[in-house]
Design a protein around this ligand. Sequence first.
Ligand SMILES: Nc1ncnc2c1ncn2[C@@H]1O[C@H](COP(=O)(O)OP(=O)(O)OP(=O)(O)O)[C@@H](O)[C@H]1O
Length: 231
Amino acid sequence: MLSIQGINQFYNQSHILWDLDLELKEGSCSCLLGRNGVGKTTLLKCITGLLPVKSGQISLMGRDITKLSTENRARSGIGYVPQGREIFPLLTVEENLKISLGARPDRARQIPAHIYELFPVLKEMKHRRGGDLSGGQQQQLAIGRALVLDPKLLILDEPTEGIQPNIVRDISDVIRKLNTELGLTVLLVEQKLPFARRAAESFFIMERGRMVANGPMDELNDDLIQRYLTV
Ligand SMILES: Nc1ncnc2c1ncn2[C@@H]1O[C@H](COP(=O)(O)OP(=O)(O)OP(=O)(O)O)[C@@H](O)[C@H]1O
C-alpha cells in the first residue's frame, strides 16, 4: 500500500537518505529501527511530505504522492503522530481533536465517536487543556488527532518517548488494536526493542541513511541487533 522507490534526501549539502526503498503491505504493522541519527525521522517526514525528496518516488495505494503537499497526503490517507507529540498545550483536548476536522474530505463537524471509544480518557478530559494531560494521555491525544482524518496508513515516531513504563504497554495494545481491529496499516519508529516486538509484526533497519535489513519480527536476531542497533 506504501511503496517507496529509490528516494534521496539532503539537508543542504548533507546527503541523508540514500537510494532508499521501502514496501509496506496493506494491513501490516512494521517497526523502523536504527541507531540515533541514521535518518528514521527524516524518512517519516519524507513520507508525510514535511520534507521534499530530491529524487525517487513515493506511492500510496498505487497513486504517486511524491509531489503532493502534506495536507493532501493527509487527505489521501496518511496519519502522522510526530515525535514529541506536538499537541497544543493551551487548547482543550476537544479543540486539539477538532483542529484536524477541517481537513476531512466530508467536512464533518463532530469528532468521530470511535475515537472517544478507543480513548475514553479523552472523552473524560475533553474540556481540559492539552498541557494538563500526562505524557501517556497526550500520546493518546496525538494518536486520536491523527485518527480524526480517518487514515489508512498511520505513522508514529517514537510513541513511547517520555512515557511512564506502566503506560507503555497500553500504547502497544492500542497500536495492535488499530492494526488488527480497524485494519490500519502501521509504521512506527521505536528505540525500545521489547515495545517494538510487542507492537509490530515486521521490522526494517536503517543504517546511515540506507535500508539494510527487513523481515518478520521473529527474524530480528542477536546478530542484527549487535550489528545495527547496539550502541
Ligand atoms: N533540520 C536538519 N538540518 C540538518 N540536519 C539534520 C536536520 N534534522 C536532522 N538532521 C541530521 O540528519 C541525520 C538524520 O536525522 P534523523 O533525525 O532523521 O535521524 P533518526 O534516525 O530519526 O535519529 P533519532 O533516533 O535521534 O531521532 C542526522 O545526522 C541529523 O543530525
